[in-house]
Design a binder for this molecule. Structure first.
Ligand SMILES: [Mn+2]
Length: 366
């Protein structure tokens, strides 16, 4: 089986060595029903997710908050920014507190239950970690990632779910809440809308390999519950600033083909952000562009975050080809201390841009 990233041909340098495998198995140890019962008997619930929430993370937070509120449980979201794109437009009347990671603070007030969604990794929950550790015994989790820690004592993990919201719909059903709950007079801000936000964005608007029959079935259910898919597509995919498109042009002009054209590598330097006026969060989705090329099996984007003094890596891969071969981007990212999914992952490096680019090229088999 041809491999783009053979494990033996490249010795990772110590700075980029993969993290050690954790002793605690990250797997389901509760049911949607038992978590639903805990939520319904709680008085005040806090819902959080990974730092720099994306559509699935925010959609998951909003769905759990709205389901609780529909059951008469006081619930609010606490998230650590930056918050991607136009996500805040979907909060509506739901209570969400945004914490700036440059001025970190812990949740205030007393909560009898915390819910962690779309992650279970301490590395993605750094700011709230002390608070979550103090809540130990009263933290529940719902996630669809393959790796995580003992953040939530009771959790449902389903790697096969195309989005975390595709898992959360089972919780909402177990709570006995209608998916239209939360909607205003125009039908906005329902549980269904927040579930669709995660489902559509995490599946690349139903194009990625993780969009399977259950995801389409859920989409149909959500549309029947009143979701305005055209409005949502415009809000997420057709409302960029011109600066973002200029940044895309920079990324494309940096494109290098690796491993005989089967891997794509793009780089965005600090100057590319300065000169275009684009923001770091405006890199979202750029890594997918080279996947248009027929021969490309895996695409990577290396982004210099000068302010944070780090370099960020993103990997995407195509589904299995006719021979059943595919690149496992979760394994690829693990070589750089990161992780994610089989076909979408990321990592961070604290090293000069040139060195990181060389390591990525080597890992891709170039
Ligand atoms: Mn997700």
């Amino acid at each position: 089986m041809p491999r783009l990233a053979p494990r033996t041909s490249h010795r990772p340098d110590p700075a980029t060595a993969p993290v050690t495998i954790r002793p605690v198995p990250y797997q389901t140890n509760a049911t949607s029903e038992s978590l639903a019962a805990e939520l319904k008997s709680a008085r005040r619930v806090l819902v959080t997710t990974h730092q720099k929430p994306d559509g699935d993370a925010m959609g998951s937070v909003l769905a759990v908050v709205r389901a609780c509120v529909a059951c008469g449980v006081d619930a609010e979201g606490w998230v650590v920014d930056p918050c991607e794109g136009n996500l805040r437009l979907f909060e509506g009347p739901s209570k969400v507190t945004h914490v700036d990671p440059r001025a970190p603070r812990l949740p205030e007030g007393s909560f009898d239950l915390a819910v962690v969604v779309d992650t279970g990794a301490w590395t993605q929950l750094e700011v709230f970690a002390p608070w979550l550790r103090a809540m130990s015994g009263r933290v529940i989790g719902l996630d669809h990632h393959a790796r995580g820690d003992e953040v939530a004592q009771r959790r449902v993990i389903e790697v096969a779910c195309g989005s975390c919201t595709a898992l959360i719909v089972r919780l909402v059903d177990a709570m006995g809440v209608d998916l239209r709950a939360g909607a205003d007079a125009e039908g906005r801000y329902s549980i269904a809308e927040s579930l669709y936000m995660g489902l559509a964005t995490d599946t690349g608007w139903f194009r990625f390999p993780n969009a399977r029959a259950p995801e389409f079935a859920l989409a149909a259910r959500l549309l029947e519950a009143g979701v305005d898919k055209d409005m949502m597509y415009q809000q997420f995919e057709q409302s960029s600033r011109a600066e973002r498109v200029e940044l895309q042009a920079r990324a494309l002009s940096s494109l290098q083909m690796v491993a005989g054209g089967r891997a794509a590598l793009m780089t965005l330097r600090a100057e590319d952000f300065d000169e275009t006026g684009a923001l770091l969060e405006e890199t979202a989705g750029i890594v997918n562009i080279p996947m248009e090329i027929a021969a490309v099996r895996v695409s990577s984007l290396v982004v210099e975050d000068a302010a944070a003094g780090i370099v960020k890596l993103s990997f995407r891969s195509k589904p299995a080809d006719a021979n059943g071969d595919f690149i496992d981007t979760n394994q690829l990212a693990a070589r750089f201390g990161g992780g994610g999914h089989i076909h979408a992952s990321g990592a961070k490096q604290k090293a000069p841009l040139g060195e990181v680019v060389a390591s990525v090229r080597a890992a891709l088999g170039g």
